[in-house]
Design a protein around this ligand. Structure first.
Ligand SMILES: [Zn+2]
Ligand SMILES: [Zn+2]
Length: 224
């Protein structure tokens, strides 16, 4: 996002992506209408208190929980589009305020926010990475440090792949950056959308191998 865009974004009022009213990118009324999600284990989709990974799935996953704000539809989808395709800081700020509610209060001093890097080809084409924008905005709201502890190798598109195929493709997609710093950290992974959970799980796997002691994930939306 250029400085000019930032200035225009600050000066010119937005119109609500849903109802068109002037003011915020998503007005308070439309924001209030985003449907809440059921609390599920991200892996088996069975109900689970606080969206914790169930004990059966924990055998295979280092992710302690994966929480989302709402479903990928309507206003949420419009916000994510703004973030992804216009790099809108205003969208990141609105989303981060909702994400912050999912982050446990009184975080321990070893807690860090880590964005799940977007596949490099796509991020390069657009010039920014939506997960990083979102993670930085969440860091500002929660005052927890944001660290780029994950790097991502080149990767092909993964639309329409099964969970298993995605996992295979993701194997080796991430690397830990500064693994020494990851050791003993409580990591809160941030992404815009969790679909099958395969991406976030692959990211968690890498951090777990690097010695992270606790790994949670938050995302703005998941499929309805
Ligand atoms: Zn509205
Ligand atoms: Zn489960």
């Amino acid at each position: 996002m250029s400085l000019l865009d930032t200035i225009i974004g600050t000066v010119a009022p937005h119109n609500c992506l849903c109802c068109g009213s002037e003011g915020q990118l998503l007005c308070a009324a439309c924001l209030g209408q985003l449907p809440p999600v059921d609390k599920l284990c991200y892996r088996c989709q069975r109900p689970s208190p606080d969206s914790l990974t169930c004990s059966a799935c924990r055998q295979a996953s280092p992710l302690r929980s994966a929480r989302t704000v709402t479903t990928y539809a309507g206003g949420a989808r419009a916000l994510i589009w703004e973030l992804k395709f216009s790099g809108a800081q205003s969208a990141a700020r609105i989303m981060a305020r909702r994400l912050a509610v999912l982050v446990e209060k009184n975080a321990a001093p070893n807690t860090v926010i880590v964005p799940v890097p977007t596949a490099t080809g796509r991020a390069r084409r657009r010039g920014y990475d939506q997960a990083k924008l979102l993670a930085r905005a969440l860091s500002q709201v929660t005052r927890l440090p944001c660290r780029n502890y994950l790097v991502r190798g080149g990767q092909t598109h993964q639309h329409q792949l099964s969970r298993h195929a995605r996992l295979q493709q993701l194997d080796g997609a991430f690397r830990a950056h500064h693994p020494r710093l990851v050791k003993d950290a409580h990591v809160i992974l941030v992404d815009d959308v969790i679909t099958t959970g395969a991406t976030i799980e692959a990211a968690a796997m890498v951090l777990s191998k690097a010695g992270a002691v606790k790994i949670d994930a938050v995302a703005f939306a998941r499929p309805a």
